[in-house]
Structure formats: structure tokens, C-alpha cells
Ligand binder design. Structure first.
Ligand SMILES: Nc1ncnc2c1ncn2[C@@H]1O[C@H](COP(=O)(O)OP(=O)(O)OP(=O)(O)O)[C@@H](O)[C@H]1O
Length: 661
């Protein structure tokens, strides 16, 4: 039976307990019906497969992905290949393109838009979903389709054009994509602004908010009530800081009352929606919508499908929604890739009508550079903006060229480490150095870890020196410690294993203790100088998953966990009130999203792993402001560069379907 094979796969660690249990549930539901055996087996397999891919970030399965006969990525695992062959035998030659047709009679699978929770699997637009994902994706597609077809009111175009000209003085003959983005976002009550690091996303958004408030002023209407949100506390703090910086750089000719109408404080999306726990309904939802005219969501690529659905449901139709982020970064940990799916419409180019409008308000003619079909595109394409020019890095920046090269999947991206002074690579020694013959048992893992620890101890020395000199919780003392801590951050692509964050944190704190730089008895306890990362949201203390704090003890022996408050200050919390957390000398690349560090160090394992992808490298590189260092072998680096994440989602397809006349 298929279920027996799945049980063996679970025992071998190839699939999770959840995957197996879901398949077992479907097998149980089938019992009263006498389905032919291969079809019953197919349904059980697809249940486990849907769960497996959902946990890996996909929202659905496409039968076309299984035409080569591999399931659960077993083909690459020699010892599990016999189980793969058994699966294939049970399927008895059923081809993936027959799946949907053959499963029509199954009582536990729904088809089309007949959403029934009693049927935990759902075929929608030729793709197989877990019920929850299918419902969410359908809702997102419906809401975004409606929003993208609605036009927002605009003030008199010539006067609007004059105001934009003030904000974006013409500098050269090139297209000013920031100005295009503002004009595009003004016209719709939904827009997406994507761009790499330092492309001016925050500056663009600031100018957009100003223009919207200016329109209100011209209409003699109340200023817009604006909410700024981000997925994590850190990202919210960075957004608040960047908005403040952008406002400070505005031309002095801009009415200062308009500047005052831009909020300076961002909050997390969980907090805004009033999500207490996964099980309880959020405070804001369809029947109790958020009381804002405009919601700006930063780092939107980190938002998973379910949270995004909750957000859309909590917005009233008149609330303008702006998504900001970098489409090329890692997607959310949970399933969904909303930003990446939406940005696929960038390939279509703006409609002629939108180009004509842009020319009127920005004076820029895009017709000459549009090469795609502009007649029959999706309305969403006119809501998308892509910023192309980086203002943070100069043309010689290694960080910039490396990020671009990785993004393009270039096999030769490794060469930049030898050519750019802001990039350093520490390749792992794979063989015993020729002059050290006495040590016959060369261990590549230990050698690699030793190389990492040696450098990490040096990089943390300044911070630990500041910790050593820390004597009270005054603003000045905290500032010194946090500044030293934020200079460098070590990132790993993995959670577990010798090169995963758990073991690296353990090894590094132990080494720092041996060197006399840290003093603790139990590394699980809080100790002076221990950086921690919060792992769960807790509204009561306003601490959220991903927040980073420092455990500090003053000269009187009082201990507090201190956090940056995002406004240039600090807040402290009693150690007993901090939600579940872990050490943060090293953090995962996923958790580093939304943060930036002067010197960012990426640690890769000695051997390739399925989680190492192009997006993971890109995200790690773009966390660096002035220097990027890498511990890796060329082989593992190159295999990750060549592996873009394949996340199945049907959102793009559903949106296309809905826009058909
Ligand atoms: N058009 C421009 N002309 C000159 N400088 C600019 C322009 N746009 C942005 N900058 C500068 O580039 C830097 C980055 O801008 P901004 O913070 O808006 O970018 P971002 O895309 O939001 O960055 P991040 O990657 O941090 O999210 C800022 O110092 C900003 O002043």
C-alpha cells in the first residue's frame, strides 16, 4: 500500500510526520469507498506530496512538475531510490496529466471554486492545493484583480506634473524610474514598488506619500490616515528610520505641513492586525476593517500567503495598499510567494494608456523602451514599479556586482571575490596543507569550523570589549554596545548541522568563553553580553519573532534584555518576560531579512544542501552595507548560484484567468 511506503519515507526522514499523517487521513476517508487500488494510492500519494511541498513554500502542486517520475526529491538520494521505484509501481503507469481526471470521483477532493472544508484537497485551475492554500490564493487573486482595475482619483494633471517636477528635478536624460513609480502608484489604489538595495524605495514612497497629502490639501480634504508596517520588528524599525532620513533630505521648497503629515513610526503587521495567536481571530478582519486610508507594507516579499490574505481581508475597499520590497529576495518561510508572482507581470510592460498618462505627468516617454505586447496585458502590470538604479553602491562596488551576478545565476560570480576590495572569501581547506605532514587525520569539517571561529572571535572582539566596559543602562552606554554589536553579523544558510546556526552559536560562545571574552556557566541561560533573537510574537511586551536584543548586566548586578526601539533609542525588558529566544551570534539568512549590517559574513556548509539557493545568497549579500565576507567552497557556492528556488503558486495563473474578458 502507498501508505506503508510513506511510513518508511517518514522513518527515513525524507518526509515529515505531518506529511504522513495527512496521507493517513486521506486513506482513512477513502475506506468506505471501493476506489480502484492505483487511484486510491494516487490520492494518498498526492496528499503527502501536497503537504510536503506546502511545507517547502509552494502553495500548490502542478502535475507537470512530476512528469519525470520523481517524488519528494528522492531521485537524488541513492539509498531511498528503491522506495521511489515502489511508488512508481503502485501508480501503475498513471501519467501526471491524468491525475485530475482520475480523481474526479474522490469524495475528499474538491474541484474549482466549490470550497468545502470537508474536502481537504482542491483542484483549481489545473493545480492541486491544500484546502486552506487554495481558498487563500483564490481570495488574493479576486481582491487584487478588483483593486488593480480601480482607478484612484487624481488632481488636475498639469498641476500634479508641476508638483512632481519639484520633487524630482530632472538631472539627466535617463528615465527617472522613481518618478515613474510615484506617478504609477498615484493612479491606483493598489501598487507594488520593487527594487534592489539602495534603489531608493523609501525615498520613492516618501515622495508618493507627500504627493498624496498634497492632493488632499488641494482638494481641501482631511490628510490621509496612513499606516506603515513591516513583517518584523527590525524591519519596522528600519522603515521608520529610513522614512525619517528621506523626509530630512526633501527640498526646502516643500511645504513643511505636508512633511508633518507623513507618519514616522512603523509597526509590525501582526501588531497592526492585532494577531494574538495563530488560533484566535485577529482584531481586524472583514467585519472590522482597519481604520486607514493608506497602508504601506515594507519587505513585502517576506509575507506568506495566509498572512497576506488576512491583511487583504482586513482592508476596506477604499484603503490604498502599497507593497514595497525586493522581488529577488528569499520568499517567506511559510508557503507563498506573492511578491514574486505579482512581479511576473513586469514582463508585460505598461499599457499604452498608462504610458500616455505617465508622459503627461512625468514628461517621460516610455513607448520607445517598451518591447513587449502592450495591448493585451493584465491590469496589474500598470500597478507595478521596478526601480533599477542603485544609489547606495557606486559602480565599483563589489557588493553590487556580486549581488547582480548571483541574481543572474552567473557561474563565474565567484571571480568577484578576487577582484573587489569590499568582498572577502575564506575558502575552506579541503586537503591537508602540504607542510603539515605530522597530522595524518585531516578533518575538513573541523578545519572549516576552526577557520570560522578564528575570524569570528576577532570580529566580535570590539563588541565584547564594549560589553566588558558596560556599567549602566544609560542611553550612551547602550548606544556604545549596540553600535559595536551592529558592525558585523554572521549568517548561516542552515538551522541545523555542523554549519547551522544552532551549533555555530554553541561553538562560538564556547570559544569566546575559552578566550576569556565571555563569562557564563550555562550557555542556555542569559549571561552578560549574550545576543538573543526572539522566536515568538508577544504583544504584551511588544516583542516579535526576529527581534534582536542584548542581555546585559550593570555594575550593580541588575540584568535586563535591551532592544533598539527603532527611533534611535532603546527599551529594556526583564529577562523573565522575554518570549522564547535563542543565541544570536550567528543567525539564519531568513531571519536577517529586513536588517542590514556594515560587515555581513555568510557561512555555507562544506557540502551542497537543498536549502542553499540563489535567493538565499542574494539576500545574504544584500544585507551588507560596506563589506561582505564568505566562508565556503567554490563548489557549494556555484551549486547554490545555479539553483533558483522553485516555488509553485497559482496566483499568477488565477490573476490571468480573472482578467479574461
Ligand atoms: N534619486 C536619488 N538621487 C540621489 N540619491 C538617492 C536617490 N534615491 C535614493 N538616494 C539615496 O540612496 C540611499 C538609499 O535610498 P533609500 O533608503 O530610499 O533606498 P531603499 O531602496 O529604500 O534602500 P534599502 O535597500 O535600505 O531598503 C539614500 O541615502 C538616498 O538618499
Amino acid at each position: 500500500m502507498m501508505l506503508t511506503i510513506l511510513q518508511q519515507l517518514q522513518q527515513a526522514g525524507a518526509i515529515s510526520r505531518l506529511d504522513y499523517q495527512f496521507a493517513a487521513l486521506i486513506a482513512e476517508k477513502q475506506q468506505p469507498y471501493a476506489y480502484p487500488q492505483p487511484i486510491a494510492d494516487l490520492a494518498v500519494l498526492l496528499a503527502a506530496l501536497s503537504s510536503y511541498h506546502s511545507q517547502n513554500g509552494s502553495t500548490c502542486l502542478s502535475p507537470t512538475d512530476f512528469e519525470h517520475g520523481d517524488f519528494f526529491d528522492l531521485a537524488m538520494q541513492t539509498e531511498l531510490r528503491p522506495l521511489l521505484q515502489q511508488i512508481q509501481q503502485h501508480l501503475n503507469g498513471i501519467a501526471p496529466n491524468q491525475w485530475q481526471y482520475l480523481l474526479q470521483e474522490q469524495q475528499h477532493i474538491a474541484f474549482g471554486e466549490q470550497f468545502e472544508p470537508a474536502r481537504p484537497l482542491l483542484w483549481l485551475n489545473g493545480l492541486l492545493y491544500l484546502y486552506r492554500n487554495g481558498v487563500d490564493e483564490q481570495q488574493v487573486a479576486q481582491q487584487l484583480s478588483q483593486r488593480s482595475s480601480q482607478r484612484a482619483a487624481l488632481f488636475e494633471l498639469p498641476r500634479l506634473a508641476a508638483f512632481l517636477a519639484q520633487l524630482f528635478p530632472a538631472t539627466d536624460s535617463q528615465i527617472d524610474w522613481q518618478k515613474i513609480a510615484v506617478a504609477t502608484a498615484l493612479r491606483h489604489n493598489f501598487s507594488v514598488i520593487s527594487g534592489g538595495p539602495g534603489t531608493g524605495k523609501t525615498r520613492t514612497v516618501c515622495n508618493l506619500l507627500l504627493t498624496l497629502q498634497w492632493q488632499q490639501q488641494q482638494w481641501q480634504a482631511e490628510p490621509l490616515n496612513i499606516a506603515l508596517v513591516a513583517p518584523t520588528g527590525k524591519a519596522a524599525a528600519r522603515l521608520s528610520e529610513s522614512i525619517g532620513n528621506s523626509l530630512a533630505q526633501l527640498p526646502s521648497t516643500i511645504d513643511h505641513r505636508l512633511k508633518q503629515q507623513i507618519p514616522l513610526q512603523a509597526q509590525t503587521l501582526h501588531r497592526l492586525l492585532g494577531i494574538q495567536s495563530e488560533r484566535r481571530q485577529a482584531r481586524y478582519h472583514q467585519a472590522n476593517p482597519l481604520p486607514f486610508d493608506l497602508l504601506l507594507l515594507d519587505e513585502a516579499s517576506m509575507i506568506d500567503l495566509n498572512l497576506f490574505t488576512q491583511l487583504l481581508n482586513a482592508l476596506s475597499p477604499h484603503t490604498r495598499l502599497i507593497l514595497l520590497g525586493d522581488k529577488d529576495q528569499l520568499a517567506s518561510v511559510e508557503s507563498g510567494a506573492v511578491m514574486a508572482q505579482l512581479c511576473q507581470f513586469l514582463a508585460q510592460g505598461y499599457s499604452r494608456q498608462h504610458c500616455a498618462y505617465l508622459e503627461q505627468v512625468t514628461g517621460q516617454n516610455l513607448d520607445t523602451i517598451q518591447h513587449e505586447s502592450v495591448e493585451h496585458g493584465h491590469p496589474i502590470r500598470d500597478c507595478l514599479c521596478f526601480l533599477r538604479k542603485s544609489y547606495r553602491f557606486d559602480q565599483n562596488s563589489g557588493i553590487k556586482v556580486l549581488a547582480e551576478s548571483v541574481n543572474l545565476g552567473r557561474f563565474d560570480s565567484w571571480q568577484w571575490f578576487a577582484q573587489k576590495s569590499d568582498l572577502t572569501c575564506y575558502p575552506y581547506p579541503l586537503e591537508q596543507p602540504a607542510n603539515t605532514v605530522e597530522n595524518r587525520t585531516f578533518n575538513p569539517t573541523l578545519n572549516a569550523l576552526e577557520l570560522i571561529l578564528k575570524h569570528a572571535v576577532n570580529w566580535y572582539a570590539d563588541y565584547l570589549q564594549a560589553v566588558h566596559q558596560f556599567d549602566d543602562f544609560s542611553h550612551e552606554s547602550l548606544k556604545t554596545v549596540f553600535t559595536a554589536f551592529n558592525k558585523v553579523r554572521l549568517l548561516s544558510g542552515l538551522r541545523s548541522g555542523e554549519f547551522g546556526v544552532e551549533q555555530l552559536n554553541m561553538a562560538l560562545s564556547e570559544r569566546l568563553r575559552q578566550k576569556g571574552l565571555l563569562n557564563f556557566r550555562q550557555r542556555h541561560e542569559g549571561y552578560h553580553g549574550k545576543p538573543i533573537m526572539v522566536l515568538q510574537n508577544d504583544n504584551a511586551v511588544a516583542l516579535y519573532n526576529g527581534d534582536i536584543g542584548l542581555f546585559l548586566t550593570d555594575k550593580q548586578g541588575n540584568s535586563r534584555v535591551c532592544f533598539e526601539d527603532g527611533k534611535g533609542g532603546f527599551r529594556d525588558v526583564s529577562p523573565s518576560r522575554v518570549p522564547p529566544h535563542e543565541a544570536a551570534f550567528v543567525m539564519t539568512v531568513h531571519k536577517s531579512q529586513g536588517s542590514e549590517f556594515a560587515h555581513t559574513v555568510l557561512i555555507l556548509p562544506l557540502t551542497a544542501s537543498p536549502v542553499l539557493s540563489r535567493e538565499l545568497l542574494y539576500t545574504a549579500i544584500t544585507r551588507a552595507k560596506t563589506h561582505f565576507s564568505l566562508f565556503a567552497t567554490q563548489r557549494v557556492w556555484q551549486s547554490a548560484v545555479q539553483k533558483p528556488i522553485l516555488r509553485r503558486s497559482g496566483l499568477y495563473g488565477l490573476l490571468n484567468l480573472m482578467s479574461r474578458p
